[in-house]
Design a protein around this ligand. Structure first.
Ligand code: F6P
Length: 338
């Protein structure tokens, strides 16, 4: 069989582990593995490479994706869908393995229904993909946030400042909550809950009155503070380019408390660099399951980790849905805001 793979959306540490997993699992079956360049863009432009052993072995330890990624949406209109289907069929590939988050998997589900045999594999540092307990990149990202919080504590303490750390998480606060808790942040704001600025200000004032003269506040980029937050750049999936809420929160804190406050936007550092062991091992296992499904000609599936088991669910389960932090969990974790 001829298997093609693409990586779509924002990159994530561990993508190259998926490709290594696919390559060796294909090799065992006598299948060939091809890589579309730059996600769905490669399908629309008919650009792909034959993946060889050296490629996957040499890239396994690197972050990012050696076949490139983009936010190209193949399902944005009928003409684009037809072009993608026509191109894919012209290659003689038997199946397309699409590695991505909510956008790529959603679009891949549509393309599967339209006639391309697809298997999806979960990726997003945001962790907001429905139906799976694993999305590659999330574990690495929260470790980076954890380390950043720890580093911010020492400088905040030295200057008796408030430091606001803005982290990624467009629709969901998983990175902010998990990374913040792991690093020992003092207070965390997530998009799922409307921010209570008065409560935050009281919280900071209390800390200073108690003699704890610094504070680390973690804010997810998707938090909405005021109607005046405007974002102008929109991608092919209709998402605005976020960024800046940390500055806004810092300004409000400084205005209301008169305590020197600085904002740090962690940005793409969260997506860069090598993956943790967790973000390398599960891709290898998930990719192996994917090739077993392909061998049995079972398509239209998303291979997930669910309650400790690697299994296949329908691709459409993740289409158009976002997995959010349960408000109840956030409220319970507030016991650790100190
Ligand atoms: O990969 C998801 C994500 O990390 C979001 O949290 C963030 O808003 C977005 O990507 C940034 O994307 P880009 O790199 O295209 O600016």
């Amino acid at each position: 069989m001829k298997v093609a793979v693409l990586t779509g959306g924002g990159d994530a540490p561990g993508l190259n582990a998926y490709i290594k997993g696919l390559y060796f699992s294909c090799k065992k079956e006598g299948f060939q593995l091809y890589g579309y360049l730059d996600g769905w863009k490669g399908v629309l432009e008919n650009k792909y490479i034959l993946i060889e052993e050296n490629d996957v072995v040499n890239n396994f330890h690197q972050g990012g994706t050696f076949i490139g990624s983009s936010r190209t949406n193949p399902a944005k209109d009928k003409q684009t869908m037809d072009k993608a289907i026509e191109n894919f069929k012209s290659t003689g590939f038997d199946v397309l393995v699409a590695i991505g988050g909510e956008d790529t998997i959603g679009a891949s589900s549509k393309m599967h229904k339209a006639g391309i045999p697809v298997i999806g594999l979960p990726k997003t540092i945001d962790y907001d993909l429905e139906g799976t307990d694993f999305t590659v990149g999330f574990n690495t990202a929260i470790n980076i946030v954890m380390e950043s919080v720890e580093r911010l504590i020492t400088t905040a303490k030295s200057h008796k400042r408030v430091l606001v750390l803005e982290v990624m998480g467009r629709h969901a606060g998983w990175i902010a909550l998990y990374g913040g808790l792991a690093g020992g942040a003092n207070y965390i704001l997530i998009p799922e809950e409307e921010p209570d600025i008065d409560e935050l200000i009281e919280f900071i004032k209390n800390r200073y009155e108690k003699g704890q003269k610094y504070a680390i506040i973690v804010v997810a980029e998707g938090v909405k503070i005021s109607e005046s937050q405007k974002y102008e750049v929109v991608d092919e999936y209709g998402h605005v380019k976020l960024g800046g809420v940390g500055e806004l929160v810092a300004k409000i804190i400084e205005d209301k408390t008169k305590i020197t406050t600085r904002a740090v936007n962690l940005g793409h550092i969260q997506r860069g660099g090598p993956a943790t062991s967790y973000d390398r091992i599960y891709p290898l296992m998930i990719a192996n399951k994917a090739i077993n499904l392909i061998k049995q000609k079972e398509f239209g599936k998303l291979v997930v980790l669910k309650e400790g088991k690697i299994e296949a669910i329908d691709l459409s389960i993740a289409e158009g849905k976002i997995k959010k932090v349960p408000i109840e969990l956030y409220k319970q974790m507030k016991v650790y805001f100190h």
